[in-house]
Design a protein around this ligand. Structure first.
Ligand code: HEC
Ligand code: HEC
Length: 275
């Protein structure tokens, strides 16, 4: 069902355009961070002691979804360490009495699930995933480009693995309408004073102008003074149903391919002791 919020431009413009990107604050030098064994050990501890509140793999339950939370509330590794050790006073999170090394394993795990997909070892075959991405069954590249190749209606995915956790990428594909506002990719319909209507995806918005990529993939700069009505849809222009359309193997491979897409040099990665 398409639910459309109809708002007058002046009302809507009071809201900032939220364009959060997967961010990670200053990373710790602790050797557990990015170390696959520490992450695996931390994952076991997490599923034993923390998943009761935070859900398996931090996906949320009684307590908050840690992956999603990290998008709007990034924490440094040291801050995560402190939250685990001391608990969160005033909230429902108890302190722990784990030794330092086990606490760091937990930090490494939380970092891995909430940090950019590119920094983790992910299951699946990226080569096979590339074929899914560029192939006609999924049709991803009709709308998305990577390094200059592909469609322009959807966001460029050249840095998707370098900027978002794997769980967030998966959600964007499987449940495209869930987090539109958070990701700053609203589908909008603009009615101009002249009567013309333009449908597309809003990219940048200020009090005076609005950039829209229209259905044909053309970037349009619109002067807000000429706008009569601006409607924001809560439904993504991205097709629904990929969870059914693709096999689970195709999905895993596609995610492995997208996780690899990062605009960083190999040197960046090696100097940080990751991958
Ligand atoms: C009894 C439920 C509960 C348990 C058990 C629990 N948490 Fe939490 N946790 C919470 C709640 C509630 C919050 C949100 C606190 C807030 O709103 O500031 C939270 C917040 C966090 C945060 C974010 C801290 C921040 O400052 O934003 C991290 C990281 C975290 N938990 C990790 C863990 C880990 C790791 C474990 C296991 C050792 C764990 N939690 C166990 C309930 C729990
Ligand atoms: C009809 C055009 C269209 C097709 C086909 C399409 N997408 Fe999208 N996609 C979009 C648009 C528009 C957005 C931005 C709005 C949103 O987030 O839903 C988007 C958002 C995304 C995002 C989130 C981007 C971000 O910055 O967080 C990812 C990831 C993504 N698409 C991947 C895919 C993959 C993988 C496929 C193929 C399985 C695909 N898309 C197919 C149009 C499309």
């Amino acid at each position: 069902m398409v639910r459309t919020m109809r708002l007058y431009a002046c009302l809507l413009l009071a809201l900032p355009l939220v364009a959060q990107h997967g961010r990670y604050l200053n990373e710790s030098k602790n050797p557990a961070i990015g170390n696959p064994e520490a992450i695996a050990a931390g994952g076991k501890l997490f599923n034993g002691s923390c998943a009761g509140c935070h859900g398996r793999d931090g996906a949320g339950g009684r307590g908050p979804n840690l992956v999603r939370r990290a998008l709007w509330h990034p924490l440094s590794d040291d801050a995560i360490f402190k939250s685990i050790r001391d608990g969160v006073p005033g909230a429902d999170m108890p302190p722990t009495k784990l030794p330092d090394d086990q606490t760091w394993n937990l930090v490494a795990f939380v970092h891995a699930i909430s940090g950019p997909a590119f920094e983790n070892r992910n299951p699946g075959d990226p080569e096979a995933g590339s074929k899914v991405f560029w192939g006609s069954k999924a049709g991803c590249s009709n709308c998305h480009s990577i390094r200059g190749k592909g469609g322009r209606m959807g966001p460029d995915l050249s840095n998707i693995g370098g900027s978002r956790p794997l769980a967030v990428i998966r959600e964007a594909i499987v449940e495209p309408s869930k987090d539109l506002f958070l990701l700053g990719n609203e589908a909008v319909t603009v009615t101009l004073n002249s009567g013309e209507t333009i449908k597309g995806v809003a990219r940048n918005r200020s009090n005076y102008s609005l950039q829209i990529i229209d259905r044909a993939g053309t970037l349009r700069l619109i002067d807000m003074a000429g706008v009569k009505d601006l409607a924001v849809s809560s439904k993504s222009p991205m097709p629904d149903g990929y969870a059914q359309k693709l096999t689970s193997e195709e999905m895993t491979d596609l995610l492995a391919f997208l996780a690899r897409q990062a605009l960083r040099t190999a040197e960046d990665t090696y100097s940080r002791g990751k991958n």
